[in-house]
Every structure is written in structure tokens, then in C-alpha cells.
Design a protein. Structure first.
Length: 263
């Protein structure tokens, strides 16, 4: 039975989360700048630039400006990036170079506690970045309130999904340079073809079906629904997809990390 992970958790995983929070507070200015400036740059580029060329977009039988169409997608992309990169590059550095995981497992913390705390911290970073972006986008009247407040719990769910898949990649990547492969083959296609910058109906039917496999597509659709205050009938399916995605890849990340760290 030694090779079978127990997947037993304790409340001690919060200590791992607190450790990452303490480190974040020391470098908060660097972490604060991207979600603060990115929406402003996108608004200038897409709202004043490309938006004037594209004009109106029809979403759920409602015409909206292009910048209003992509603003929720920017939030979804931010959720994805913060959780995914935190649980790939940052977690890999803590695991492989700083040996932080080894040090923590020398304490009463279990491996499940360590990895759970790491993934929850990735989700927390997504929430922090989302709140910052929401404030900026609200100033430009690009988020409908109060439904837009639902983006905050959505950020945590999306963070769990992308943090879990990010940790799974961390468990199998041999060196830090190899992260270029999941970035190129996994993140970049989602960034471009998950209804972020144009409606899915603009794609061929086969490409639309492939796009529905992307967790970012479902995150974008929920984010757009909350931001615009338009609740479409398929919203439950988007939520169900993200929940099932998290329930699959979270325990899978734990199993694979155990195989990597416990010899």
C-alpha cells in the first residue's frame, strides 16, 4: 500500500498558504503593478484602437461595444495566468531550487498539505488580481454591478482549475526551461481561441467544438455573463465544467507530485 497516496488532508495546509502570503507581502508592489496597468493598456489598445474599427459585437442578442466584449475576457485571462504561473514557475522554484517543499515536509505537514496550500495560494493570487482589475474596469464603466461582484468567487474557482493543471505540469516537467511547452501548446491556444477576442461563432464548427474543451472558454463565458449582467441558460454547464475539471486535476496533481517527491 506504500505506493498509494492517502490524500488525507489536515487544516495545516493553511500554514503553507500563510507562508506564501508572507512572501507576497514583501514583494506586493511588483505583484500589484501588472493587474493595475494591464487593463488600462488593453482599454487604450482595444477601446481606442481596434475597437473603433470593429464597432459593435452581438452577444446573447445584445449589441455591445468591442471593449465591453473583451473586458470580461481580460479578467478571465488574468485568473488563468496568475494561478497557472504561480503553480508552475513559482512552485517549481520553491520545489527544485529553494527546496522549500523538502523543508516543509520535514515538519508535521504532509505532502497533501503542502500541495493543497500551494494550489490555494495560486487561487488566492487570482482573486487578488481580479479585484484589482475589477476596480480599474469599473472606473471605466466596463463592469455591470452588482452582478460583477460574482467575479470574485469565480476567480477562486478558476484559480483552482488552472492552479491544479499548473501543478500537474510541475509534477512532470524535468526542468524549468521545459515549461515553454505547456505555455506554447496549452496556454497560448486558449488565450487566442477561447472566445477571448472574438465570438466562437466566427470559427468553423469543428474549431468551436474544440474550443469548448478549453477551461478558459467556460471561464470567459461566465465572466462575460457576470460582467454584462446577462445570464444565459447554459451558464450552469460552464460552472459544471470548471468544477469537474478541478475535481479531476486537483487529486491528479497530488498523486503525481507524490510520485515526484516521495522516492
Amino acid at each position: 500500500m506504500n505506493g498509494i497516496p492517502s490524500l488525507i488532508f489536515s487544516k495545516r495546509f493553511i500554514r503553507v498558504w500563510q507562508r506564501d502570503l508572507l512572501v507576497y507581502r514583501k514583494t506586493w508592489i511588483i505583484n500589484f503593478i501588472p493587474p493595475l496597468l494591464e487593463p488600462i493598456l488593453y482599454i487604450i489598445a482595444f477601446g481606442l484602437g481596434l475597437g473603433s474599427i470593429v464597432g459593435k459585437i452581438t452577444y446573447q442578442n445584445t449589441e455591445v461595444s468591442y471593449i465591453i466584449f473583451i473586458a470580461p475576457a481580460l479578467i478571465a485571462i488574468t485568473i488563468m495566468y496568475n494561478a497557472f504561473f504561480e503553480n508552475t514557475y513559482a512552485s517549481f522554484v520553491r520545489m527544485y531550487y529553494q527546496k522549500t517543499f523538502d523543508s516543509m515536509m520535514a515538519t508535521p505537514l504532509s505532502l497533501e498539505d503542502v500541495i493543497t496550500g500551494e494550489i490555494l495560494w495560486g487561487s488566492t493570487k487570482s482573486v487578488i488580481a481580479t479585484v484589482i482589475m475589477m476596480i480599474i474596469l469599473s472606473i471605466f464603466n466596463l463592469i455591470h454591478l452588482p452582478s460583477g461582484l460574482l467575479l470574485i468567487p469565480l476567480a477562486f474557482l478558476g484559480g483552482m482549475a488552472f492552479g491544479s493543471i499548473g501543478m500537474l505540469f510541475t509534477s512532470i516537467i524535468p526542468n524549468i526551461e521545459t515549461f515553454n511547452l505547456p505555455i506554447f501548446l496549452f496556454v497560448t491556444p486558449m488565450f487566442l481561441f477561447s472566445e477571448t477576442f472574438f465570438p466562437l461563432k466566427n470559427l468553423p464548427l469543428w474549431a468551436q467544438k474544440i474550443s469548448l474543451v478549453s477551461p478558459l472558454t467556460h471561464l470567459v463565458q461566465i465572466s462575460r455573463s457576470f460582467s454584462l449582467g446577462i445570464f444565459h441558460p447554459h451558464l450552469w454547464f460552464n460552472f459544471l465544467y470548471l468544477i469537474i475539471f478541478s475535481l479531476i486535476f486537483f487529486p491528479l496533481a497530488l498523486v503525481k507530485m507524490r510520485k515526484r517527491l516521495i522516492k
